[in-house]
Design a protein. Structure first.
Ligand code: ADP
Ligand code: K
Ligand code: MG
Length: 493
């Protein structure tokens, strides 16, 4: 394919630095350029040939077919015999080493292939995009992970081998924690070098691949951890309802509550106040799902909802002193609460409508409604944050689109560019700095990745997500999640 952006003349020292990094995965240096020299296309081709020599191993792996696995097999439920429920009870309760070894061996064989494909896909980005420090860091992470796994023993024969391999995977998964903010910042800086649709295609593919890679790795890690827990506990295993990455008795209300508290705190830090979150509907619902996926989705959607609510309050002039402001909500009586914010669960029979009353800060609550269908669970996240303007609406699912103002937006045209297009300084500026400092969960908004990522996660197991904007009033987000235990045989990882 067209590896490099043909129309772009590239600075030579950037080329060499970048090539070295790409081929050896050696330590990440930012592109420092002292003088300008340019490569022609044919010279670029020569460099490319040199690189391909070093990349032989990656190529060899990338050319292998991906071996998808059903979720059932990945969870170690694929062995013949009793029903899948009994199977996973047995699998976990017995700490079945054979099953765990199967999963680990599969991971050992499959992960390098999938990582190699990600590496190749990243190499095919327009050359100038590949020189971006953030993209390079992501590239290096994948390259290093590929190297570590392929350098680890191929055979996984016993418990010790398995433990060693799982520990390796655990370290790798942790090292990848910041990939999403890095990709976000990288592509924000590169948006003038690539068509929007190409960025979207690349990131959609990359993120889907990443979800698969993580599921495989986390499953290998978690089966081992559960076995350890079981071995050390003298009584019945406490985690019959957890099969590695999957939880068979997941209570959305509990997870919503945890995420809401976390997001409220984030909101308090950013804005000095936050709305209540009311959880209602079928709050006793439990279903089978991957908790980390649902947690990610809920946090992103709640962050959007609380941010819209608080910013809309500010716009309407609602405040602690004037909770009803001059906006359309003035007829609502204030909530009669003692102090601070809370998460309230309203039973479905409770007719007391707390879902619209502003708290003492003037923020109407965010309402999260749980509905249990026959084959799916639907979660509706409703805010009174003013909705989305028509101009913005078509863009909200684009990567990096955000209405958060970033004064250091390095993607703006006409920025001084006497050296590299990505000043070394840009690493320490803007949104990304916030993202890195905020740690888990990142900033409340500003990466522009929340909605597109959330939809990919929702769709990964056959669910979906829709956002409806009532402009001037608020948003409803409908999250439909399939009962994944009904389609374990069909879900391909
Ligand atoms: P970010 O939150 O980082 O800006 P997202 O992809 O999560 O990125 O959202 C993109 C944009 O969509 C937001 O910047 C905001 O303008 C708009 N948006 C998303 N959810 C809501 C909501 N519930 N109410 C109003 N606007 C929203
Ligand atoms: K977006
Ligand atoms: Mg968001």
């Amino acid at each position: 394919g067209p590896s490099w952006n043909n129309s772009t003349l590239v600075q030579s020292s950037s080329v060499v630095t970048s090539m070295a990094l790409r081929s050896t995965g050696s330590s990440l240096a930012t592109t420092t350029t002292t003088k300008r020299e340019f490569f022609t296309n044919s010279e670029q081709k020569e460099v490319e040939d040199v690189v391909s020599f070093y990349d032989d191993k990656v190529t060899q792996y990338a050319n292998q077919e991906i071996q998808t696995v059903t979720l059932k097999t990945l969870l170690g439920l694929g062995r013949s015999g009793s029903s899948s429920h009994d199977q996973h009870q047995q699998g976990v309760a017995a700490g079945d080493l054979a099953i765990n070894l199967d999963v680990a061996r599969y991971a050992r064989k499959e992960l390098p292939v999938r990582l190699a494909r990600l590496i190749k896909a990243t190499q095919k980005l327009p050359f100038i995009v590949g020189t971006n420090p953030y993209i390079k860091r992501v590239y290096k992470l994948y390259y290093d992970s590929f190297q570590s796994i392929t350098a680890s023993p191929e055979e996984i024969r016993d418990k010790d081998d398995l433990d060693r391999f799982a520990a390796l995977l655990k370290g790798l998964v942790e090292s990848h924690a910041d990939v999403v903010p890095m990709l976000s910042q990288g592509f924000l800086e590169c948006k003038k070098y690539m068509a929007k649709e190409d960025i979207k295609r690349f990131l959609d593919d990359m993120i889907r691949a990443r979800i698969g890679i993580r599921l495989i790795a986390e499953q290998a890690i978690s089966l081992r951890e559960q076995r350890h827990e079981h071995e050390t506990s003298s009584v019945e295993t406490p985690h019959d309802d957890i099969v590695g990455v999957v939880h068979t008795e997941l209570r959305p209300a509990d997870l919503i509550k945890t995420c809401a508290s976390f997001v409220q705190e984030l909101c308090d830090v950013n804005y000095g106040s936050s709305p209540e979150v009311v959880i209602n509907g079928q709050t006793d619902t439990t279903f089978t799902y991957v908790p980390v996926h649902l947690e990610y989705i809920l946090c992103e959607l709640l962050k959007n909802a609380v941010r819209a609510t608080v910013e809309h309050s500010q716009k309407m002039g609602r405040s602690a002193l004037n909770p009803h402001g001059n906006g359309p909500d003035r007829h609502h009586p204030p909530t009669n609460r003692e102090s601070g914010n809370s998460v309230v669960i309203v039973n479905q029979d409770d007719d007391q409508d707390v879902t619209k009353r502003p708290n003492e800060f003037g923020h109407p609550p965010v309402e999260v409604t749980i509905a249990q269908g026959d084959h799916e669970v639907t979660i509706r996240i409703r805010d009174h944050g003013g909705g989305i303007s028509r101009e913005d609406f078509d863009a909200i699912f684009d990567y990096s689109f955000t209405t958060v103002k970033n004064e250091n937006d390095s993607s703006s045209e006409g920025s001084s560019s006497d050296d590299s297009p990505y000043g070394v300084d840009s690493i320490f500026k803007g949104v990304s700095r916030l993202a890195m400092q905020a740690g888990l969960g990142g900033p409340i908004a500003g990466l522009g990745f929340g909605l597109p990522l959330t939809r990919i996660y929702a769709q990964y197991f056959g669910g979906d997500m829709h956002l409806v904007s009532l402009q001037g009033y608020g948003c409803d987000v409908f999250l439909k999640l399939k009962q994944i235990d009904e389609s374990l045989d069909d879900l391909q990882i």
